[in-house]
Design a protein around this ligand. Structure first.
Ligand code: PLP
Length: 453
């Protein structure tokens, strides 16, 4: 019984939580006074809190629970591996069975240029690996001056020093003296904010042009790589015009710069293809993944290393002085293997592409008729809408985040999780969501918009 909360003393948990647990990205003093919501159970696309409230998780946790909650197959895979060989890594010429098998499996579900993988424990660590690997690559090619990595404002690439430096979140840069040297940013391909006076496809070309301008400003011989999320997730589900990525690819090719796709959110079917780069038609040299690789059940991340880079590292590299205690963790890899098997046997990528993605598009974009909504857009199973003060001019609220937080509050109160990012409200539901559940979710969004209006 999901509502059996008789054994949970919510206030006692909140008290020790408030006293001792510093939550990430949280004003902990404010949270301590209010008390964190205690989440106790998940099943399918729903989660339950300790007070028995059933909540539709429109965010898949943090964009990761792609196959939904309560999957016994994943628990079994972990249990079996935990009993057999819970951990082994030495960095000294050993391997384990799930890590080797997952490495092969990943090369099967990624584009053909990928035949190697480097494992990490998270997306942030994956991007730290990218920074070191990219610079190592250019050192080995005797172009050590190529150190600069170009990223974008409002990008999110993680919370480690490299991840937060690659990211373009000013609030993060302001804490901890970031970015680290030789990382620079260009403006994001956000039509609503940066190109509303233009046709979106023309804007896509213009926004990609900012990369070329930056390359020329830095000096092409100094640029090592460009990194981007196919669709910016944490930045607010910023979906680029379709012209953007092919033009980015052309510019990277022109200057011989490595192209890195951060697929931590977009990978494993979120956009209706296995990878965001497949959806948008570009061919990265490196790809960061995490989240959806295990549907978040256990931590795992990594970098898919394309042949262009792998061949240099293998042939000229010798030892790459880099690795994590949990690189290739057998339990995480065993769960990932089963998770990928679920995605395949339940045809989740095809389902998003052909059924639930188009259905969400139809239902979610219809929210644009609401007086509070400027634009509402989707890409596979991510979606975002802009809250506007004036529908005609698309003028934003002065305190857009406050309005978003009010809206988010109504969401929680009415049994749904949706995230507020500035003036945008965003969702990324589990890939197992059904049409009927999409109807339920969109009806809840409309209800909360009505209450916010
Ligand atoms: N890259 C992207 C695109 C992400 O969205 C995230 C997390 O949200 C990360 C990297 C960092 O991953 P992690 O939180 O697993 O370190």
């Amino acid at each position: 019984n999901m509502n059996d909360n008789t054994r949970i003393d919510t206030q006692a948990i909140q008290a020790i939580d408030g006293a001792h647990y510093l939550h990430p990205f949280t004003d902990n003093q404010a949270l301590g006074k209010k008390g964190a919501r205690v989440m106790v159970k998940g099943e399918g696309i729903y989660v339950w809190d300790s007070e028995g409230h059933k909540i539709l998780d429109g965010m898949s946790g943090l964009w990761c629970v792609n196959v939904g909650y309560g999957r016994k197959e994943l628990a079994d895979a972990a249990y079996k591996q935990l009993l057999e060989m819970p951990y082994y890594n030495s960095f000294f010429q050993t391997t384990n069975i799930p890590a080797a098998q997952l490495a092969k499996l990943l090369t099967e579900v990624t584009p053909p240029q990928f035949n190697h993988v480097f494992f990490s424990g998270s997306g942030s660590e994956g991007n730290d690996t990218v920074v070191r690997m990219v610079r190592r690559y250019w050192d080995l090619l005797e172009q050590p001056q190529r150190k600069v990595i170009i990223s974008r404002h409002n990008a999110y690439h993680g919370s480690t020093m490299c991840g937060a430096s690659l990211g373009g979140m000013s609030g993060m840069h302001a804490q901890g003296d970031l970015p680290i040297p030789n990382i620079t940013h260009i403006e994001q391909p956000y039509w609503y904010e940066n190109g509303r006076d233009m046709d979106p496809d023309a804007f896509g070309i213009k926004a990609a042009g900012w990369l070329e301008a930056k390359i020329l400003e830095v000096g092409p011989e100094k640029v090592a790589a460009f990194i981007g999320e196919p669709v910016q997730g944490a930045g607010g589900v910023i979906i680029p015009p379709k012209t953007y990525w092919p033009e980015i690819q052309r510019i990277c090719d022109k200057y011989g710069i490595l192209l890195v796709s951060d697929e931590v959110i977009c990978g494993f079917g979120r956009l209706g293809e296995w990878w965001g780069c497949e959806k948008f038609g570009y061919k990265p040299d490196l790809m960061t993944f995490a989240k959806g690789v295990t549907s978040g059940y256990v931590p795992l991340g990594g970098v898919m290393v394309g042949d262009r880079v792998a061949n240099v590292l293998l042939e000229k590299g010798g030892e790459f002085n880099h690795g994590y205690t949990y690189s290739g963790h057998p339990v995480a890899c065993a769960v990932a293997i089963e998770n990928i098997d679920i995605i395949r046997r339940e045809h989740l990528v095809e389902k998003v592409r052909e059924e639930t993605g188009p259905y969400l598009k139809e239902k979610f974009e219809a929210l644009a008729d609401h007086p509070l909504v400027g634009i509402a857009e989707t890409c596979g199973l991510v979606a975002g809408l802009v809250l506007v003060k004036d529908k005609k001019t698309l003028e934003a609220f002065d305190s857009a985040l406050e309005v978003g937080m009010v809206c988010r509050g109504h969401m929680f109160g009415n049994g749904m999780i949706m995230r507020a990012v500035g003036d945008r409200m965003i969702i990324a539901p589990p890939l197992v969501i059904t049409r009927a559940q999409i109807d339920e979710m969109v009806a809840l969004i409309r209800l909360c918009l009505d209450k916010t209006y």
